[in-house]
Design a protein around this ligand. Structure first.
Ligand code: NAD
Length: 311
């Protein structure tokens, strides 16, 4: 960072204040505009060396083109959806994000979704609020098999928690990791996982254009009517095939934090959302105070490391 002229950064979405404090404390000039609209941002982006966004601000080609001084784009979060990575690469603009900072909050939400679906909490809590105290029989996690599709950061933490629930672990991943032994799990082929799991958790990374990992053919081999929990990306699953599997009882429930479109655009998405065995949360995996703070701290640390600071 030049001593005469500190880097000027604009933050265009709400972030934990520690991010502003750390950057300002390291001599960066920071303007905080968490509600700025697209047009206003386009008009001022050329004044900035860096921009920090969350999911509200889209970093499209038009913004990158107007940001002629941009040296970095930071996503104070995980996913890089909504950021035109090709345009950034062409301009050699750095991209910064904090994928490790929300692992525990997503892993905990996975269990909230799994336990909530097993005991039908959303539906029973809504009924008691209306004065209906009818009891329904649920299922336990203990002694059941959890199949993890994707055994990375979140998959591993989910497995650790699952062990405390006395669950057995199967995993399917394109890259094997020794940590499978720490949770007394084993890697299996995808079809074996689907066939032998009582619950299937989806924790994969998905690139644009990737084919769904779970679809009609995979659902066809399931024998245990598994419940599916997905806190990664909806496109890892073939949505219409999932709806068919739910309707025919091949799948016992679907609980997810992610949608194919937010809000839904297609008829099958609306049908899926309304299905009684489906629980969808509005992409709140990283929405805990603790995760937001870790994300802010990690984002600040990466910017400071890349561009210098007084520390
Ligand atoms: P990670 O990179 O640590 O792990 C992903 C794993 O998926 C890796 O082990 C990788 O080898 C595996 N994988 C990739 N493609 C695969 C395929 N085709 N088949 C099998 N395995 C495959 O990522 P992570 O931090 O554990 O995050 C997992 C997912 O959770 C990501 O999609 C991420 O975007 C999502 N996420 C969601 C939220 C949320 O708010 N719900 C928050 C954080 C992360």
């Amino acid at each position: 960072m030049s001593k005469e002229k500190p880097l000027k950064i604009i933050i265009t979405d709400p972030v934990d204040t520690i991010l502003l404090e750390k950057l300002r404390g390291n001599n960066f000039t920071v303007d905080y505009h968490p509600k700025i609209n697209e047009e206003d941002l386009l008009n001022i982006i050329d004044q900035y060396d860096g921009i920090v966004v969350r999911s509200r601000t889209k970093v499209a080609k038009s913004l990158i083109d107007r940001g002629r001084n941009l040296k970095f784009v930071a996503r104070a979060g995980v996913g890089l959806d909504g950021i035109d990575l090709v345009s950034l690469q062409e301009r050699k603009i750095n991209i910064i994000h904090a994928p490790e900072a929300s692992t525990s909050s997503v892993a905990e939400l996975t269990f909230a979704l799994m336990l909530g679906s097993c005991r039908r909490l959303p539906e029973l809590a809504a009924a008691t609020r209306l004065g209906n105290f009818s009891k329904e029989v649920g299922t336990e996690l203990s002694g059941k098999t959890l199949g993890l599709i994707g055994f990375g950061r979140i998959g591993y933490m989910v497995a650790e928690i699952a062990r405390a629930f006395n669950m057995n672990i199967l995993a399917y991943d394109i890259i094997a990791n020794d940590r499978i032994n720490k949770v007394s799990g084993r890697y299996v082929a995808l079809n074996d996982l689907v066939q032998n799991s009582d619950f299937i958790g989806v924790f994969v990374t998905v690139k644009p254009g990737d084919k769904p990992i779970l679809g009609k053919e995979e659902f066809a081999v399931s024998t245990k009517k598994p419940g599916i929990i997905n806190t990664s990306r909806a496109s890892a699953i073939d949505g219409p095939a999932l709806l068919d599997a739910l309707k025919s009882g091949v799948i016992s429930f679907y609980a997810s934090d992610v949608m194919w479109n937010e809000p839904p655009k297609t008829q099958w998405e609306h049908e899926l959302l309304a299905h009684p065995q489906v629980t969808i949360t509005p992409h709140i995996g990283a929405q805990t105070k603790e995760a937001q703070r870790r994300i802010a701290e990690a984002t600040a640390a990466k910017i400071i490391e890349m561009f210098g600071g007084i520390r």
